[in-house]
Design a binder for this molecule. Sequence first.
Ligand code: SF4
Length: 340
Amino acid sequence: MFIPKRVIFEKGSLDTEIGKNIYNRLKDNKNVEIINTSSNKIKTHIPGDNLFEQYRSGKQTLVVGERKSLKFQTCKPSANYQLPLVSGCMGSCEYCYLNTQLGDKPFVRVFTNIDDILDKAKQYIDERLPQITIFEGAATSDPIPLEPYTNALKKTIEFIGKEEKGRFRFVTKYNDVDTLLDANHNNQTEIRFSINTPRIINTYEHHTASSDTRIEAAVKVAKAGYKIGFIIAPVFLYNNWQKEYKDLIESIKYKLPNEFNEQVIFEVISHRYTTKAKNRILEIFPETTLPMKDEDRKFKYGQFGYGKYIYSKEQLSEMKEFFHLHIKDYFPNSIIKYVI
Ligand code: SF4
């Protein structure tokens, strides 16, 4: 659960249910600064003289306010639309793709007008009838650490559960799932857990839940009847990677109940980086040990006009073979969407 260092309430947000919940839960915490603002100059309240400090202050800041634009972004190929409940994330993963997306002070913003957002989702579903419309709840955020304050995911899950042609999915690196367990999801929500080996999590994924607690949370939601999936990413090919990733797959298998026989969905993504991301990471994490030597990688042009540094063809085929073999070994019934 996210305990920020400062909370910035935008005008009118303290009159909303979500605003009141957040205020009541944090007002007596001496380590949390409460700021009310009527201007839209949020960033002036977030300290820091350089990118290194601004990044850390941003990550400890929660902004509470209304979602003004109700136009949803498309979210291909995994869903039709993003469903914006939260933007930003309290985690500080060194390789996070949001590092280049959220500006110099990457604060977390929670939206208070959830009913307006769900009304809009309903409109999108109706426009696409009779086709199914899939919404992604974690395109620019990790919504789980704020759920204890907002109940926004639960509300969304129950809303989608009633929509015959609606589907919802989101991914998380956290474990605050208890309030979702009794939601009437009607099997229309898929919860994916982004996981990695304990070595990678401990080294690069600061302020996130451990591998074990994520798997335990996955077991809880699986027992509550949700469809579950695992995104193993980013995969790093370090010394001993085969043993540690095999142990990870095995630990998922043995934490799930014996009788669990539902299809588990796996997505596996190797580590890659762009020059822009690398430069940003080196400013925010100057001591990083992320493997980003361009000469060790293959440069591949991407579809959006910039290139990425990826593992070599031989390394990627070894990785593909490895994950297909071991995932199918422990989860014969699983769907492996891709190993890339
Ligand atoms: Fe980025 Fe996800 Fe880590 Fe948050 S938890 S910093 S969104 S990779």
